[in-house]
Structures are given as C-alpha cells and as structure tokens.
Design a binder for this molecule. Structure first.
Ligand SMILES: [Zn+2]
Length: 89
C-alpha cells in the first residue's frame, strides 16, 4: 500500500507502507475533496469501470488517493477513532 503524510509515522502502516509524495490537488475517492499539502492518506489501485451503451465495459486498475481519515472510516466504520485511540484490550 502506498502512503503519504506525517500521520503514518510510528504506525505499523508507516513501517510496511511504500512512502510516496502527497498527490496534492488530486480528488479523494471517498469525500471527493482534493488532497491538500500536509494531509496524510493512502493510494490504492482501484478498478476504474468504463461503460458505454452498446459496448462491453472495461475495468482497469487506476491508482486513486484517499485521505487517511476517509480510508480508515471505510475500513473500520464511522467510529474508527475509538478503535485507534483505545488500542487493544
Ligand atoms: Zn477524503
């Protein structure tokens, strides 16, 4: 997984992830707001589906950014902050 931003430092994702430059200006897949300088997030290769009437649809992997919060919420649900700050029992 490709990651960007300081918020990953000191986390398991920060140790295992591939660090890349923040894709400033690119739209987050989840909230559709652009990534701003200083934000953290991930870049995933998601399938980009193109479908035109009368033709077969095509699916190509396309790298797309998520804000860190948007990605974590997509994995853990809207109460993800509780999982992270609480830690293992
Ligand atoms: Zn977002």
């Amino acid at each position: 997984m490709k990651i960007f931003g300081d918020e990953w430092k000191g986390t398991p994702a920060g140790e295992d992830g591939e660090w890349v430059e923040a894709p400033v200006g690119a739209e987050c897949v989840d909230c559709l707001k652009p990534v701003v300088e200083g934000q953290s997030g991930v870049i995933l290769a998601l399938l980009d589906v193109t479908r035109e009437p009368g033709k077969e649809y095509t699916m190509e992997p396309k790298e797309q950014p998520y804000h860190r919060e948007c990605f974590l919420e997509s994995v853990f649900g809207p109460n993800f902050r509780g999982f992270i700050t609480k830690g293992p029992e």
